[in-house]
Ligand binder design. Structure first.
Ligand SMILES: C[S@@+](CC[C@H](N)C(=O)[O-])C[C@H]1O[C@@H](n2cnc3c(N)ncnc32)[C@H](O)[C@@H]1O
Length: 260
């Protein structure tokens, strides 16, 4: 598939960041679906619902800029360049991203790059895996009488690492449900830091991998043993870890694998 050729004097296209939700195409918003259906060019990520690309026009150009951990990747500068190049050629461009574009999604950087290049750009929010993945596993992040706050934190840079800016001891004292993203491989160090910070090692925890997908997998344990339990179960990314009393709840979630 190729995008149409730019015409002389044609207006510049608009860039729309579309949040794709956690993986089930049924969780893309109606506005997101409409933007995909109207786009000339679509730049997709790895964790988007692939089935949603069936909504694209047959003549739309679909460019996979997936960033595979440890594998093939397109760097952010190249993605920004592609967004600007296609929009300048008069194409309406959708940047299709996993979850919500502004939650660990680099969506802000892409909007700034477009603005700097004089390209009109906007964002259509998505259902973030931070909230939706626990939900489909039957775990609410707040629950009356149990907890009144939640904190979403990246586990990409582990506690104690020179680049870490997260105060894990403060999180341990926060009284909020903790939602750790990008933290499967660092879960051991995170659990240790939280226990060192004063969080009870018996605090319930759950790791939800491939949330909303047919391969969804939930591992439950206490904080002291969650990393070992996840590793024993062979859990890998993408996964969200919930730490707090709500992680012991097992409410009705969502049947995964909706058709678009
Ligand atoms: C780079 S962040 C992007 C987050 C995304 N913008 C969002 O709002 O969901 C990728 C992380 O999101 C989480 N994630 C995304 N999709 C997931 C899924 N289907 N199941 C579990 N975790 C998921 C994992 O923690 C993963 O490492």
């Amino acid at each position: 598939m190729t995008s149409r050729e730019p015409r002389v004097g044609e207006r510049m296209g608009v860039v729309t960041l579309v949040g794709g939700g956690p993986g089930d195409a049924g969780l893309v918003t109606v506005a997101g679906r409409d933007a995909i259906a109207a786009a000339d060019v679509i730049l997709t990520d790895r964790l988007v619902p692939r089935a949603a690309l069936a909504w694209a026009r047959p003549d739309a150009e679909i460019i996979d800029v997936a960033k595979v951990p440890g594998g093939r990747s397109t760097d952010q500068a190249e993605i920004n360049r592609l967004l600007i190049e296609h929009a300048k050629a008069g194409n309406d461009v959708v940047r299709f991203k996993g979850g919500d574009p502004f939650v660990f999604g680099r969506g802000g950087e892409e909007l700034v790059a477009c603005a700097d290049a004089g390209i009109e750009a906007r964002v259509i929010p998505g259902v973030s895996s931070a909230i939706a993945v626990p939900a489909v596993a039957g775990i609410p992040l707040t629950h009356r009488g149990l907890v009144q706050a939640f904190t979403v934190v990246s586990g990409h840079v582990p506690p104690g690492h020179p680049d870490s800016t997260v105060d894990w001891a403060a999180l341990a004292r926060s009284g909020s449900t903790l939602v750790v993203m990008m933290g499967v491989r660092t879960l051991d160090a995170i659990a240790d830091a939280l226990v060192d910070g004063g969080l009870d090692p018996a605090t319930p925890a759950a790791v939800v991998a491939d949330g909303t997908l047919p391969s969804q997998h939930v591992v439950r344990a206490d904080l002291a043993t969650i990393a070992a339990a996840a590793s024993e179960a062979g859990v890998g990314p993408p996964a969200v870890t919930v730490i707090g009393d709500v992680a012991a709840l097992d409410l009705p979630g969502l049947d995964s694998g909706h058709d678009p």
